[in-house]
Design a binder for this molecule. Sequence first.
Ligand code: HQG
Length: 179
Amino acid sequence: MKTMTQMSKLISLLLRHNPGKLGLTMDAHGWVGAKELVEALNGVQPFTMADLEHIVRTDNKQRYSFNADKTKIRANQGHSIPVDLELEPTTAPDELWHGTATRFTASIEREGLLPRGRQYVHLSPDEETATKVGRRHGKLALYVVDCAAMVADGYEFYISQNGVWLTNAVPPNYLRRYL
Ligand code: HQG
């Protein structure tokens, strides 16, 4: 029997990377039918709409959103498949943070931050959040991103429904190693 956390990880996989794994279809905006998702998960183990609502409500990073009438659900960020989340370019703070692992720093300082497997580069609003993100990958390295200079040079930033800053790429000249 999977725990609720394991079910949430499965939901992340389905809504960010591979809806087809359980035969689901996703629209161009990243939405999957909520009933269809519940039915697919119920095929793994007993799972109800109330379970899905509980996961969405209590998720520690607010990773998922329902549409207004709760007929559809999507991930707020983190996709590897291209989806149009209908995010408007948003005024970024002068600086944002990026947490990563020391084994990536040589490459990052050469190429800048690239989205790698995902649709966007993910940036954090503060040092604490970036620290958590970076530690997932190994020995922590932190960068401060000079968003003010990037905005002046025409780069665009977006903020996801759950407060993660997104941009297409960050060239190395806008990065300052902090740790
Ligand atoms: C690194 C989590 C070498 C980058 C978090 C990162 C976030 C490079 C890794 C969300 C590079 C990609 C995303 C380059 C970037 N050379 N390495 N040129 N450019 N990298 O997991 O930002 O818990 O795809 O530094 O909270 O760590 O999943 O991105 O280390 O919001 O919901 O390539 O995932 O949310 O790793 O995390 P990821 P991320 P969840």
